[in-house]
Design a protein around this ligand. Structure first.
Ligand SMILES: [Zn+2]
Length: 118
């Protein structure tokens, strides 16, 4: 599942500390809404917190380069931001489009009242 050439193909090791629905989460949402699904069924992936991906690999284009990702990308940036590599966060910061993620897209199974990041 971990793919260095993938986009947000990570396996978080810690349970979420909170839910961040900010500019970064909106940028990944906009990217994912323009993604194309593989036609092959891959089986779902389950995050350490219990959130599940759909059954497909998704392809996105970032800086003219095709990258593989999965439907948990929005979940990772919203719920496991502290486990995303700094270079991936810098990539996301450079995106210009933003769309508000739905609850199904961020897939947060726990919601804390106050974000520990603030
Ligand atoms: Zn998770």
């Amino acid at each position: 599942m971990i793919d260095p050439n993938g986009f947000l193909m990570i396996e978080p090791r810690e349970r979420p500390r909170g839910l961040l629905l900010d500019s970064m989460a909106r940028k990944v949402t906009a990217l994912l809404r323009g993604a194309q699904a593989d036609r092959f069924f891959m089986g779902y992936h389950e995050c350490i917190c219990g959130a599940r991906s759909d059954s497909y690999d998704w392809h996105v284009t970032i800086a003219a380069r095709k990258r593989r990702t999965n439907s948990l990308a929005i979940h990772y940036v919203a719920c496991h931001r502290n486990e995303i590599a700094p270079e991936q966060l810098r990539e996301i910061e450079a995106f210009t489009r933003e769309l508000e993620p739905t609850a199904q897209e961020h897939n947060a199974l726990i919601v804390v009242e106050k974000s520990p990041y603030h």
